[in-house]
Write a protein that binds this ligand. Structure first.
Ligand code: SD4
Length: 331
């Protein structure tokens, strides 16, 4: 609504129609594009999973200052990695069943370069280690001790990530040691962020401490390129939150980007990805939360989830909003 008003005010709505170069790469050679359906791209723009306003605010600072989308998503998600009150990301994250906080993160740029760390311990900013993997090594993924050693070589400091709060909750959990996912509590708050800078280039990042009290060694979808995050600068990007096992099985973020390439809107693509998961888990899906968030090259966004409660934060030139695109909850 806010954006519509802005477009009206600035005359960028139906009047300022322009052609979009990327369309040429995925439209069929003989297909006719109605110029009336082509809107001026919204840029810069940033979106992230959940209500992480501080994270989108930081990313927006970078973008509105002329910064690129890669710096924006890295610096944006770092806010939550350092936020000890977020018990699903970075420092303060809930530990695995043995009391170890193990982090997963990845980052992907406009050229399809990507870096990822899995099962990383003692480092508050896994996304920045992932970026170093992308930029300073010929590899994509570093795991565990090797990733940690690499981080120290790159100057990252060793820190104890287990806060007193998370420790006490874990000790409480240990009394029963019963593992079950709890919708909207235990698997909540992973941050996946997607941004388009003023050049129209896309980047994304995703970072998490994963499922609370997971089996030691477990890695979720968040650091897996194509599952927790995927970016294609010609088409758009997608990211996921929730039960990572199900997202990995459907390669959810890649699926959404490919569906957008075939012409689906971000909203339709997210719905299709969620519905495929539901179709494979006719009863089981009632017990888990999964949310997808997507953006297309035009800056249009969409989101969908299995249970109510999923939200996302968005920042563009019209300002900041939460759940901006209306209903997206699958009951
Ligand atoms: C995982 N997808 O490790 C993550 C958890 C998550 O909000 O998204 N939490 O499976």
């Amino acid at each position: 609504m806010q954006r519509r008003n802005f477009l009206k005010k600035t005359g960028l709505g139906s009047a300022g129609l322009i052609s979009i170069p990327f369309l040429s790469s995925w439209s069929k050679p003989n297909s006719k594009i109605d110029p009336k359906t082509i809107k001026k791209p919204i840029r810069p723009v940033v979106v992230c999973t959940w209500n992480f306003h501080n994270a989108t605010t930081k990313a927006w600072e970078v973008l509105s200052g002329g910064g690129n989308s890669l710096d924006a998503v890295e610096q944006g998600v770092m806010i939550e990695e350092a936020n000890v009150n977020n018990q699903t990301v970075g420092k303060g994250g809930r530990p695995d069943r043995d009391g170890n906080v193990t982090l997963d993160a990845c980052i992907m740029d406009k050229d399809g370069n990507c870096g990822s760390v899995v099962y990383l311990q003692n480092i508050t900013h896994p996304v920045s280690v992932a970026r170093k993997v992308m930029e300073n090594t010929p590899h994509v993924i570093l795991a565990g001790k090797g990733a940690e050693q690499f981080a120290y070589e790159k100057g990252f400091q060793k820190e104890d990530l287990l806060t007193e709060k998370s420790k006490q909750e874990w000790l409480e959990w240990k009394k029963e040691s019963k593992y079950e996912t709890i919708i909207n509590i235990e698997n909540h708050d992973t941050i996946g962020m997607l941004a388009i800078d003023e050049n129209g280039d896309l980047s994304g990042a995703c970072t998490t401490s994963g499922m609370a009290y997971k089996v030691g060694g477990r890695v979720g979808d968040s650091p897996i390129i194509g599952a927790g995050l995927f970016i294609d600068n010609e088409v758009g990007g997608a990211t996921a939150t929730g039960v990572g096992e199900e997202v990995i099985k459907t390669v959810g973020s890649f699926l959404i980007v490919e569906l957008m390439r075939q012409g689906k809107s971000p909203q339709e693509a997210c719905e299709e990805a969620v519905n495929r998961i539901i179709a494979k888990n006719k009863e089981k899906h009632k017990d888990f939360q999964i949310g997808f968030l997507a953006i297309d090259k035009n800056g249009e966004t969409g989101a969908y989830c299995i249970h109510p409660g999923f939200s996302y934060s968005k920042y563009d030139s019209t300002g900041q909003s939460n759940n901006p695109s209306g209903a997206f909850v699958k009951e």
